[in-house]
Design a protein around this ligand. Structure first.
Ligand code: HSE
Length: 440
C-alpha cells in the first residue's frame, strides 16, 4: 500500500476533535477505500481538545497554526478554527502558498475570500476543499460540482441553519417563545458562539453565497446576499401559516432571474407537501432545480459527527488522488455575479396586518392592493378577542384585528408600494409583517 497521507489539523474544538477521532477510529477502513492510510501527524490548538479522551500520543503539537500550515512534515493542512480573519485566513494562505492542499469547514472564510483563495490554490498547483462548510454532513458541494457537473442549475434553496429551524419548529409545536427556544438550541450546542449570526440569517448567507458560486460559476459574494433573520417571526405567523397551508422556514435561496442572480436569506412560507416544509428540528435540507432534474438532500447540518464526515471525505479524495477545482471550474473563469435587485423579486407574499377595527378598513386594504395590481389568493381575518363563552371581550374593544393575506405572484416593489400606502392611510396599528412565499 502507498505511503500514508500525513495530515495536520488546526483547531480541536467540536469538529476538530471529531475529525481526529474519526481518523484514528476508522484508519483501516479509510486506508482500504482511499488506497492509502491517512495519519494525523500534527496538530495546533490553543485550547485542550474538546474531546478529552482523544489519544494524540502519535501526533506532534505545533506551536501555532501558521507554523503547522508551513510544516514540511504534513501533506494536508486541515483548518477547523473558524472565522474569516486570522489565524484561519493567514494559515490557509500559508499552506496554499507552500503548495499544500487545504481542507476547511470555514464558511465565513470561504464566503469572504473564497475566490481569492481558490486562485491562490491554483497558482500554487494545489487545492482548497470545503465540503463541510455548507450544510454540515450533507454532500451538497460534491453534488453540485460533480454529480450535477453536466447540468444547468436554475435555483438552489434550502434550510442551511439548524439553530433557526430548531427554533421555528419548537415554537410552533410546543407553543414556546422565541427566547426559550433559542436558549435550548444554545444548550444543545447548535448555535454559533454569537447566536445573532444564526438568527439574524448571516450564517445562512455565508452558506448560500458559497453554494451560488459552485452552482453558477460566479465569484463568492457574501455582500450581494439580501439578509433577513427570524427575529420578527411570531407564534401568530406560524399558526396563520399552518392554517393557510404553509410552514415558515428560514431559507437561503439563489436563483437565476432575468434581472441577474438573486441571492437572498429570509423567513419563507413553504407550501406543506414540499419536502423542505416538512424538515424539522436541527436538520438541514437543500433543493436543487436543474435542467436535468430536481432533487433534495436532507441531513444533519451541524455537530461533530456529521461535519467530520464531510471533512474526512475531502481528505480521502486527496489521499486517493481525486482532485477537482474548488468551485468546479478554473478559478480564473469565475465571473462577477450579475446581482438582481431585491425590488425586482417576483413571488407570492404572506402579509399580516394589525387592522384598525372600523368600517372601511378592509375596503381600504383591498383598494391599495388593487392599485398596485396585486391579486389576493386568500384573506383570513380574526375578529377581536372573544370571551371564552361567546360575546366580545370589552377589554379588546380598542385592539386591532389581525388580518392575514396571501397574494398571487407580484413584485417586491409593488408589494412595498401597497403596504406604504396602507400604512399612510392609518388603517393599521403596527408595521405589517411580510413573509415571502417560495414555491416548490
Ligand atoms: N450554527 C450553525 C447551525 C452550525 O445552527 O446550523 C453549522 O454551521
Amino acid at each position: 500500500m502507498a505511503e500514508p497521507l500525513r495530515v495536520g489539523v488546526a483547531g480541536l474544538g467540536t469538529v476538530g476533535s471529531s475529525v481526529a477521532a474519526m481518523l484514528l477510529r476508522t484508519r483501516d477502513a479509510i486506508a482500504m477505500r482511499a488506497g492509502r492510510p491517512i495519519d494525523l501527524v500534527a496538530y495546533a490548538s490553543k485550547d485542550p481538545p474538546r474531546d478529552a479522551t482523544l489519544d494524540l500520543s502519535k501526533a506532534r503539537k505545533v506551536a501555532d497554526p501558521i507554523a503547522l500550515a508551513r510544516d514540511p512534515g504534513i501533506d494536508v493542512f486541515v483548518e477547523l478554527m473558524g472565522g474569516s480573519g486570522d489565524p484561519a485566513k493567514s494559515s490557509v494562505e500559508a499552506a496554499l502558498a507552500a503548495g499544500r492542499p487545504v481542507v476547511t469547514a470555514n464558511k465565513a472564510l470561504l464566503a469572504h475570500h473564497g475566490a481569492t483563495l481558490a486562485r491562490l490554490a491554483e497558482a500554487n498547483k494545489t487545492t482548497l476543499s470545503f465540503e463541510a462548510a455548507v450544510a454540515g454532513g450533507i454532500p451538497i458541494i460534491k453534488t453540485l460540482r460533480e454529480g450535477l457537473g453536466g447540468s444547468r442549475i436554475s435555483r438552489i434553496y434550502g434550510i442551511l441553519n439548524g439553530t433557526c429551524n430548531y427554533i421555528l419548529t419548537r415554537m410552533h409545536k410546543e407553543h414556546m417563545s422565541f427566547d426559550a427556544c433559542l436558549k435550548e438550541a444554545q444548550k444543545l450546542g447548535y448555535a454559533e458562539a454569537d447566536p445573532t449570526f444564526d438568527i439574524g440569517g448571516f450564517d445562512t448567507a455565508h452558506k448560500i453565497a458559497i453554494l451560488t458560486s459552485v452552482a453558477f460559476g460566479t465569484e463568492v459574494d457574501a455582500d450581494a446576499v439580501h439578509v433577513e433573520g427570524i427575529e420578527s417571526i411570531t407564534l401568530a405567523d406560524l399558526e396563520a401559516a399552518d392554517e393557510l397551508g404553509y410552514r415558515v422556514k428560514l431559507l437561503g435561496v439563489a436563483q437565476r432571474t432575468e434581472a441577474g442572480i438573486e441571492q437572498r436569506v429570509h423567513p419563507t412560507m413553504v407550501p406543506k407537501g414540499n419536502v423542505i416544509a416538512e424538515v424539522e428540528g436541527v436538520l438541514n435540507a437543500v433543493a436543487v432545480d436543474a435542467d436535468t432534474m430536481g432533487l433534495t438532500l436532507m441531513g444533519p447540518g451541524a455537530g461533530g459527527a456529521a461535519t467530520s464526515s464531510a471533512v474526512v471525505a475531502d481528505i480521502m479524495d486527496l489521499a486517493a488522488g481525486r482532485r477537482v477545482s474548488s468551485f468546479g471550474r478554473p478559478a480564473a473563469s469565475l465571473t462577477k455575479a450579475p446581482r438582481a435587485p431585491m425590488q425586482r423579486h417576483e413571488g407570492g407574499y404572506y402579509i399580516r396586518l394589525a387592522a384598525v377595527d372600523r368600517p372601511g378598513t378592509a375596503a381600504t386594504i383591498a383598494r391599495r392592493m388593487a392599485d398596485a395590481n396585486i391579486s389576493l389568493e386568500s384573506i383570513m381575518q380574526r375578529g377581536r378577542d372573544r370571551k371564552p363563552h361567546g360575546g366580545e371581550d370589552p377589554r379588546s374593544a380598542d385592539k386591532p384585528a389581525p388580518v392575514a393575506l396571501i397574494t398571487y405572484a407580484t413584485t417586491e416593489d409593488a408589494m412595498r408600494r401597497a403596504l406604504a400606502a396602507i400604512e399612510k392611510d392609518g388603517v393599521v396599528a403596527e408595521k405589517p409583517q411580510v413573509i415571502r412565499i417560495e414555491k416548490g
